[in-house]
Write a protein that binds this ligand. Structure first.
Ligand SMILES: N[C@@H](CCC(=O)N[C@@H](CS)C(=O)NCC(=O)O)C(=O)O
Length: 194
C-alpha cells in the first residue's frame, strides 16, 4: 500500500498514525501541497480533487478523504467500536470534524503558520467558529477519557490531528484545559510522539 501525504497536514497524519497503530505495511510518498505536487497531471490522474491524503492499495484501487481512508484501514479493528450506537457516535464525530472543526481550526493554522498571515487578519468567522468547535470539544472530554466508549477510537484520532496544533493558528489551548489533558491521553494511546 502507498500513502500519498504531506507531513505538515493533519488530514494526512491521521492516516499515517492509523496505519502505524495497526502495524500496516505501507510506503509513505511525501507529496507537497505548497509545492503544487497534488496538482500535477500524474497526481490528478489518481485523484481528480487534487488532494492528499490518498491511498493506493496493492490491487491498484485508490481512496481519498482522510476519514474514509481511516475507516477502510480500520475495518474490523478495535478503533471502530463494535457496538452499533458507539459506532454511530464515532461517525457523528468524524462528520462533525470535517464540517465544523477542520474548516476553521486547520484553515487558521494553514493561513497563519504556513502562509504567514497575522492572526489579527484572520477572517473573524474562522476564529469564532474555531473557538466554538474547541469549546464543544473541551466540554465533551471534560468528564470522559476518550470521545466514544472508554477507549481510543477513530473519533479521537481524527480530532486530535488539528486540535493538538491549534496554537499554530492562533487559538489559545490554555482556555481548554480538558482538551489539553485529552490530547495527552490520545497521543499516548496512539503512540503519536514515539
Ligand atoms: N476532506 C479532505 C480534505 C483534504 C485536503 O484538503 N487536503 C489538502 C491538504 S490538508 C490538500 O491536499 N490540498 C491541496 C490542494 O487542494 O491543492 C480529507 O479529509 O482528506
Amino acid at each position: 500500500m502507498q500513502i500519498y501525504g504531506d507531513s505538515i497536514s493533519g488530514n494526512c497524519l491521521k492516516v499515517k498514525w492509523t496505519a502505524d497503530l495497526l502495524g500496516l505495511d505501507y510506503r509513505w510518498i511525501e507529496t507537497s501541497v505548497l509545492g503544487g505536487e497534488t496538482r500535477t497531471p500524474a497526481f490528478l490522474a489518481m485523484n481528480r480533487a487534487g488532494q492528499v491524503p490518498l491511498v493506493r492499495f496493492a490491487n491498484g484501487t485508490v481512496l481519498a478523504q482522510s476519514n474514509a481512508i481511516m475507516l477502510a484501514l480500520c475495518e474490523g479493528s478495535s478503533l471502530i467500536p463494535a457496538e452499533f450506537f458507539a459506532r454511530a457516535k464515532m461517525l457523528e464525530w468524524l462528520f462533525w470534524e470535517q464540517y465544523s472543526h477542520e474548516p476553521y481550526v486547520a484553515v487558521a493554522r494553514f493561513q497563519v503558520h504556513y502562509l504567514g498571515k497575522p492572526v489579527s487578519e484572520l477572517e473573524p468567522k474562522i476564529v469564532e467558529r474555531g473557538n466554538a468547535a474547541l469549546k464543544l470539544l473541551d466540554e465533551a472530554v471534560s468528564d470522559r477519557a476518550f470521545l466514544v466508549a472508554d477507549t481510543l477510537s477513530l473519533a479521537d484520532l481524527a480530532l486530535v490531528a488539528y486540535t493538538r496544533v491549534a496554537g499554530e493558528g492562533g487559538f489559545d489551548l490554555a482556555r481548554y484545559p480538558a482538551i489539553q489533558q485529552w490530547i495527552g491521553r490520545v497521543e499516548d494511546a496512539a503512540r503519536i510522539n514515539e
